[in-house]
Design a protein around this ligand. Structure first.
Ligand SMILES: [Zn+2]
Length: 275
């Protein structure tokens, strides 16, 4: 079972009075409980949001969009009331009267302390599709190379963050990052004491788009990314073969990932060496 991860980029509720409420909170036990009690006492309906409080920081952030149409207090009284909660360090309340509100309070977007960018999969698939229509099958090479370098770079970042040995030992968990980032719902089978893995990808964004558009076209982006990622982790050449694909009517996509065995051809001995 996976739960969807909805990123709070904007809120749209025509006819409702919306707010975005951003708290700086002391990073202590029970902080969220204290604040959420104060918020719900004001008859505010909390909508999508997020919290961030790393173990190392003394102050965390809790932000959410809220429907304040039926709120008991006006904004100034609400602000005072929330500031009076002992764990609250600061609070910002922004309003939208027209039922539409974009998150203007958070930048940069990060994950694992590095700048990140949120893309919608259909927009990315459209870009890939457009490249096909302009460059034909040559687009595959361009996309494959772009994805491979992206995979390699991602692996290098992970090695910098966690160390190579850790990444190799935790490979199954590390590859789950593809699920956490929304590429596909990933399942990993690692062959014991081997660098080969099978990656089962349900709902892989690019093959889902191809299946929807009746294109019998296997993955290019994910396959290239995975090859680059594994090659950089193990500092060796890897090959990735997609043996099942949604775009070809299978339930999910399955990729076999294996190190390329270097084949050194046996040269016949010359007459001088024989002697
Ligand atoms: Zn596929």
């Amino acid at each position: 079972m996976r739960y969807p991860k909805d990123l709070a980029v904007w809120e749209y509720a025509p006819g409702r009075k919306l707010a975005q409420i951003v708290f700086s909170l002391k990073n202590v036990k029970g902080a969220l409980a204290q604040v959420s009690t104060a918020v719900s006492e004001s008859d505010i309906n909390m909508l999508s949001g997020f919290e961030s409080a790393t173990s190392a920081s003394k102050v965390g952030t809790w932000s959410f969009f809220a429907d304040i149409t039926d709120a008991r207090d006006d904004v100034e009284s609400l602000r005072k009331k929330l500031l009076a909660v002992p764990v609250v360090v600061g609070v910002e309340i922004l309003l939208a009267e027209d039922g539409f509100m974009v998150d203007t309070q958070h930048f940069p977007v990060r994950f694992s302390n590095r700048r990140a960018l949120i893309l919608r999969t259909d927009a990315l698939s459209e870009m890939v599709s457009h490249m096909w229509s302009v460059f034909g099958s040559g687009a595959a090479t361009i996309i494959d190379q772009m994805a491979e370098s992206m995979g390699r770079y991602t692996a290098q970042e992970m090695i910098e963050d966690f160390g190579k040995e850790f990444v190799v030992n935790a490979l199954e968990e590390v590859l789950q990052t593809y699920s956490a980032l929304g590429y596909a719902d990933i399942g990993i089978v690692r062959r014991e004491s081997s660098e080969s893995v099978s990656v089962h990808a349900r709902e892989l964004f690019e093959c889902e788009a191809n299946a929807r558009n009746n294109l019998r076209r296997k993955s290019i982006f994910f396959r290239g990314h995975l090859r680059g990622f594994m090659s950089a982790i193990f500092q060796a050449d890897f090959e990735v073969t997609e043996v099942q694909c949604r775009a070809e009517g299978d339930d999910a996509c399955t990729f076999l990932v294996a190190r390329v065995e270097s084949i050194v051809p046996r040269m016949p001995l010359s007459s001088e060496e024989k002697a």
